[in-house]
Unconditional design. Structure first.
Length: 448
């Protein structure tokens, strides 16, 4: 390892490969921990929060109120993208990722200590809302940094889709861990689970955060950002600059996620409220089914990321959107059979159409932004979808079912999301094969 005249590190090919492996591992594990925190809230919302924090409400109203707090985390994600995107493009990917992990982990830990309606009345829900907002801020800054930490260490342009898909792999890992944790503590009797059992997985997040911090502290800054610093091309106000220079790309990135994000939270969060409340399925049955679905994603996300390196990001991504639009009808048809084996299969298969998009999505979005604005632009575009897709999805699904008493109304909503994704993705440029180091120094740069 040597140092250039400008002060940036010069690494041998072997050292670069080692750093790439470390960056991918650190990004994936850290992302898995953050998504464990975020999904844990999702799972528990559909199972217990309406009962604990809105006991005076009608069951449906209580569920909607609980999911409204759940949606606050999504509203906060663009805020986190703006805050941490700014610092990610100003002071570096590594430092910012350490901060996002701490913010997310501490907020999740504190959820375990929130008093219920029985103890403090409506203030319990108020505190929960604040902590959910902080969670959203943390996860809003996480995605962009974790993707860039991996992708900007990749030297081969033919492997960027595959490498950038590994932080995406953290999503099914977090989903698996969250459902596994709730499944484990759900073996406690019903009354005790509602009283204190649900708090245990939130308390455990503190241990996971410590592990994540240890791993992330051991990696170097990405060569793309190091080069920007060495050549004094770091932006003073990256979030404002990317809004001025690439507003269309930000908007298209958000709408391109409609078919990926909205159905995902219907299939992994709303399914608990719908399955237990309407279909009268057991909580543990649904937890195991979602666990199995997340295991399938362990393999499908990297596979479709790799496929995008061969066939192109847009081609793979748009195929996933078409399949998702059709699958919504198949999914609710399978749930409506009442046959447990068919229902289990529906839940397990539900994430595959999502993964066809989610695998190449990181590279598709990140490659669309120049390096000096990439953390801010990619984060903002990615997280704006939380406001229009992920956050409202369970609420819209619950409202549609209440209005029409027919789950195919929800399938129609999924199909509309798929159409919006197809239009947005078609308008995006396919940057597969471009040199991100070259892009990193493109455009009018600002001195530090």
């Amino acid at each position: 390892m040597a140092t250039s005249e400008s002060g940036s590190l010069i690494l041998s090919d072997a050292e670069q490969r080692v750093q790439l492996r470390r960056a991918v591992i650190a990004s994936t594990i850290g992302t898995a921990i953050e998504w464990y925190d975020f999904f844990l809230y999702s799972v528990v919302t559909g199972l217990v929060f309406a009962k604990l924090f809105f006991p005076k409400s009608d069951p449906l109203v209580g569920t909607l109120e609980a999911f409204a707090i759940y949606a606050v985390g999504f509203v906060a994600r663009p805020v986190g993208a703006a805050i941490f995107g700014h610092y990610g493009d100003r002071i570096g990917r590594k430092s910012t990722l350490i901060a996002t992990l701490m913010v997310m982990g501490l907020a999740t830990f504190l959820v375990a200590l929130v008093p219920t309606y029985e103890s403090v009345g409506i203030w319990g829900a108020v505190i929960l809302t604040i902590l959910r907002f902080i969670q959203g801020v943390g996860v809003g800054g996480e995605w962009g940094g974790s993707v860039l930490m991996s992708m900007e260490w990749a030297r081969s342009r033919e492997t960027r889709g595959f490498i950038a898909s590994w932080p995406q792999f953290g999503v099914p890992c977090g989903l698996f861990l969250a459902n596994l944790a709730v499944l484990a503590v759900s073996q406690i009797s019903g009354a005790e689970f509602l009283s204190w059992g649900w708090r245990i997985p939130f308390l455990l997040s503190l241990i996971l955060v410590a592990v994540g911090l240890y791993i992330r502290l051991g990696i170097l800054e990405t060569p793309v950002f190091a080069r920007l610093v060495a050549e004094r091309r770091v932006e003073r106000t990256p979030i404002l600059q990317v809004i001025r220079e690439q507003p269309k790309t930000i908007i298209l990135s958000a709408f391109a996620r409609m078919a990926e994000q909205a159905p995902f939270y219907i299939f992994t969060a709303y399914v608990f409220a719908y399955g237990v409340g309407t279909l009268k399925l057991s909580r543990d049955f649904l937890l195991v089914a979602v666990l199995a679905a997340s295991v399938v994603s362990f393999f499908s996300i990297p596979f479709f990321g790799h496929l995008s390196d061969r066939l192109g990001r847009k081609k793979v991504y748009m195929t996933g959107a078409v399949i998702t639009g059709i699958f919504g009808f198949i999914y609710f048809g399978m749930l409506g059979t009442g046959v447990t084996t068919v229902i289990f299969l529906a839940v397990v298969l539900s994430l595959i159409p999502h993964d066809i998009m989610y695998g190449p999505q990181a590279a598709l979005i990140a490659e669309s932004f120049t390096g000096r604005l990439r953390y801010s632009g990619a984060s903002l575009g990615y997280q704006l979808a939380s406001v229009i897709a992920g956050g409202p999805a369970p609420l819209i699904a619950a409202a549609l079912y209440e209005r029409y008493q027919n789950p195919y109304a929800i399938a129609c909503y999924i199909a509309v999301c798929a159409v919006l994704t197809l239009i947005a993705t078609a308008l995006m440029s396919d940057y597969t094969g471009k040199d991100i180091e070259g892009e990193a120094i493109g455009g009018a740069a600002r001195a530090m």
